[in-house]
Design a binder for this molecule. Structure first.
Ligand SMILES: Cc1cc2nc3c(=O)[nH]c(=O)nc-3n(C[C@H](O)[C@H](O)[C@H](O)COP(=O)(O)O)c2cc1C
Length: 155
């Protein structure tokens, strides 16, 4: 099972989430590729069984600026053929009120528009991941694997 984990991160919090999820997915036997959204061509997402995005939220509740092209291309790709299973995790700061951790929802809408199928509820954390977040990441991984099993009969 091929899983692609992509992140956008300035100070390392989303990168940390990607690193943790890389370990979780490897632990359940997946072949994991980890990279940045910025350096990834959205068209390649169709080559994977599952795609996981880890993002922070930027000013005004927006998606990361450096991932602008990737985000724009997401809606143009077709991930409906197999279909690709996706999950999104996010880090933000409650200081931003209504704009708290909204980027994951924008990525989710784009992935849905591309025909991908959501495999797990979005995990949103404040700033850096801590030990207290691990059960949520474990559940997230389990849920994505279950969706893959349901759709493709593989685990
Ligand atoms: C200029 C600036 C604007 C931000 N705007 C938001 C925001 O609108 N919503 C939010 O939830 N977090 C916002 N944040 C907080 C970051 O998303 C948060 O610190 C996150 O953990 C950073 O992730 P990273 O370490 O992967 O870069 C903002 C941070 C900065 C510096």
């Amino acid at each position: 099972m091929k899983v692609l984990i992509l992140y956008a991160s300035i100070t390392g919090n989303a990168k940390g989430m990607a690193r943790i999820l890389t370990q979780f997915f490897k632990h359940v036997g997946a072949t994991v590729t980890t990279g940045t959204m910025q350096q990834t061509d959205a068209a390649t997402l169709a080559d994977y069984d599952a795609v996981i995005l880890a993002t922070y939220t930027w000013s005004g509740g927006t998606t990361p600026e450096e991932a602008e092209d990737f985000y724009a291309d997401l809606t143009a790709v077709d991930l409906s053929a197999r279909p690709v299973v996706f999950g999104v995790v996010g880090t933000g700061d409650p200081f931003y009120g209504d704009d708290y951790n909204t980027a994951p929802d924008l990525f989710t809408a784009a992935l849905r528009a591309s025909g991908a199928v959501r495999g797990a509820a979005t995990v949103k954390i404040e700033q850096n991941a801590t030990d207290a977040d691990m059960p949520a990441f474990a559940q997230f991984t389990k849920s994505v694997m279950a969706k893959l099993q349901e759709l493709h009969g593989q685990a």
